[in-house]
Structures are given as C-alpha cells and as structure tokens.
Design a binder for this molecule. Structure first.
Ligand code: NAP
Length: 258
C-alpha cells in the first residue's frame, strides 16, 4: 500500500464512481487500496468489452433519477464522483439532481477539452446534427464519434443522391447501417503514425469528432493538423454548475477535504 495512505479511523466511506472512461478506471485503481474507502464503479453496460476495473463493479442503468436515488440510499453511498464521458449528459444531470436531493457530496471529474491550435482547421459546431450536414459536403469522411448518433449520417438531408463515403471507427460494431460506409473496429490509443497512415490510405477529406479531450485519441488531431485535413468538431455540452475538477489528484484532494 502506498505510504501516503492513512490508516482507517472509522468505517470506510463508500464511493460511487460513475465510469465508462479511462479517468474513472484510473481513479478506481488509485483509491482501491486506500482502507478509508470502499470503491464501487458503475458502468452503463454499453459495451461488452469491459476492461478490468479494480474494486466493486455494477453494470446497467439505475432507472432514471429516482432509481439512482434509491441505489445511493441502498448502497449507503457517502461520495459520488461523476467521471463519465464529457458527452454523457443524461447520467451527469441525473447524478447532480440525485446527489443534491440526498445531500451527498458530488464531484465531476472531467478531462480538459482539446484546444484548437493556429494550424488546426476546425469547423466547430454545437450538435452532431450540424456536423452531419457539413460532412455531406465532403467525399470521404472519417467518423470518430463512437456508435451513438450515427443516425444523422444515414442520409444526406439536402440531396439524397450526393454520395459521401464514411469510414466509421468504433470499438464495437454500430447497431445501425450507414449506406456507403466501412466499419473499422479499433480501440484507442492510436499512434500518430497509424493515424496518418489511415487518413492517407483512405484519402480522408474530413474528420468528424467530439471534443472529448484526453490523450488516448489526440493523435488524430495531430495527424489532421499535419495533413491539413479539416475536423468537424462537436463542442461539449454545457455542464450544470457543480464542483468540477480535471485531474485525478484534484479528485483525491477533494475526497480528502470533504
Ligand atoms: P448518457 O446519455 O448520459 O446516459 C444515458 C443513460 O445511460 C443514463 O440515463 C443511465 O441510465 C445510463 N448510464 C450512463 N452512464 C451510466 C453509468 N456510468 N452507470 C450506470 N448507468 C449509466 O450516457 P451515454 O452518452 O450513453 O454514455 C454511456 C456511458 O458510456 C457513460 O458511462 C460514459 O462515460 C461512456 N462513454 C460515453 C461516450 C459518449 O460520447 N457519450 C464516450 C465514451 C464513453 P438510467 O437513467 O437508467 O440510470
């Protein structure tokens, strides 16, 4: 056990981490050996490829705000850390309301968004729908948005006959079919070299991405910068005002201070 962990003074405190991100897994890894805490990670269960997460694991939705409130009470949760993806807005909203209602200390751990650099050619939009409309102006487009919201790319809203070819990269196969597309099943991280190779091999003219932030998929941004390929970048949804930090160390400091 790392030496900076104190001996438990009382009963361990129950922490619920809302997960589904690399940050949530790293936080669980960091806290699991601390005798002051019992760590439970919750996953939505969207993917079958679950990486090993230390501590206890629960999988599946709670059943809305009421279901989450009941779970928090039943599991006697003392701290709620929302370390979900920056675009997972529903669960974050539910968590904020449930924690506030029960008076449970609640923190959002969310990685920094990527910052646009001078050489970047980003077309920034607020919604995936807008991103899709722009994407249909290009011939070959790489979609790096995961499996959700692909429906916007199913048909060109303005001219159904204009053909855009999509290379859809996701960890697991999408559950809808997009005409004129190819699926590429891959899990990050991706290297800069492999990202450049991919873009060149498929003669990609534009990329659609969410501004997820983090290092795991950042090389696509660098590759696009080097190859001067535009990125249609969906901006982050606005998060309600709650305690929010960007790093694991800040999250641990918050726990220790609470
Ligand atoms: P969402 O739209 O915010 O949530 C939809 C519903 O899924 C929630 O209302 C909740 O169901 C359930 N849910 C979501 N996260 C949960 C969790 N950690 N534990 C238990 N239930 C959860 O979420 P999403 O965008 O579908 O994302 C689902 C998960 O994938 C999240 O955990 C997120 O961290 C991860 N993820 C999302 C993205 C993305 O781009 N959205 C990317 C990478 C990873 P109930 O209402 O029934 O409780």
């Amino acid at each position: 056990m790392p030496s900076n962990y104190s001996q438990p003074l009382n009963q361990p405190k129950n922490i619920l981490i809302l997960g589904g991100t690399i940050e949530s897994r790293k936080l669980a890894e960091k806290l699991v050996d601390d005798p002051n805490f019992r760590v439970i990670t919750s996953l939505a269960g969207r993917t079958n490829l679950i990486l090993k997460i230390p501590g206890e694991l629960r999988i599946g939705g709670f059943g809305g705000i009421q279901g989450l409130i009941e779970y928090l009470q039943r599991a006697q949760i003392d701290f709620l850390i929302d370390a979900t993806h920056p675009f997972a807005t529903q669960i974050s909203h539910n968590a904020a309301i449930a924690a506030q209602g029960l008076g449970i200390p609640h923190l959002v751990l969310v990685r920094k968004p990527w910052q646009r650099e001078r050489e970047d050619n980003w077309l920034e939009v607020e919604k995936m729908e807008e991103a899709a409309k722009i994407a249909f102006n290009y011939g070959k487009v790489l979609l790096t948005i995961g499996r959700q919201q692909l429906e916007y790319f199913a048909e060109n809203p303005k001219s159904p006959n204009k053909i855009t070819w999509f290379l859809i990269r996701s960890i697991e196969a999408p559950n809808i079919q997009i005409l004129n597309s190819q699926i590429l099943l891959e899990r990050p991280p991706f290297s800069l070299e492999s990202e450049k190779e991919l873009l060149i091999k498929h003669q990609i003219e534009a990329i659609v991405s969410k501004n997820s932030g983090g290092t795991e998929t950042y090389h696509k941004i660098l590759a696009a910068r080097e190859l001067r390929i535009p990125i249609i970048m969906v901006q982050r949804p606005v998060i309600a005002k709650v305690d929010q930090v960007e790093t694991m160390d800040q999250a641990i400091a918050w726990l220790n201070d609470s």
